[in-house]
Design a protein around this ligand. Structure first.
Ligand SMILES: [Zn+2]
Length: 137
């Protein structure tokens, strides 16, 4: 989760505390949504490339229609953190990236999802991104 938040913060251009909060909330949300398929078809239904693109587009359009502030910032933070979750799952067992078109599980490494070293490294990278971003301002 910290990796997704850090990544979203790093790539955002927040101008004030309200926009910073929007990035924080949307990236926390985006980094947790993929695991909503935990009791269904885990690592396929919400862990593919289509759902984050589709949901972030719907989110962005809905916010544009309702004239929501920071709509691009919120949608892009959601998208970045969603894909960061998928990236980390590619390191820990793999995901069905092109579900439902293809049932092949892709992975970068086959570490266990609870591998302490991998999780610590991801959290440290997220923290480093947050610190790097806050130092840049
Ligand atoms: Zn996951």
């Amino acid at each position: 989760m910290l990796f997704g938040v850090g990544l979203a913060l790093f790539f955002s251009e927040t101008k004030d505390l309200l926009e910073f909060s929007a990035v924080l909330f949307s990236s926390l949300f985006g980094s947790t949504v993929p695991d909503w398929d935990l009791k269904l078809t885990h690592r396929s239904l919400l862990h593919n490339t289509f759902v984050p693109l589709l949901t972030s587009s719907i989110l962005y359009i809905a916010m544009l229609i309702t004239n929501t502030s920071f709509s691009f910032t919120i949608a892009s933070s959601y998208l970045i953190s969603y894909f960061s979750h998928i990236l980390l799952d590619l390191l820990t067992g793999g995901v069905v990236l092109f579900y439902p078109i293809c049932d092949k599980t892709f992975y970068i490494m086959k570490r266990r999802y609870d591998d302490q070293a991998t999780n610590t490294l991801a959290e440290a990278a997220g923290l480093a991104l947050v610190l790097a971003k806050t130092r840049l301002h």
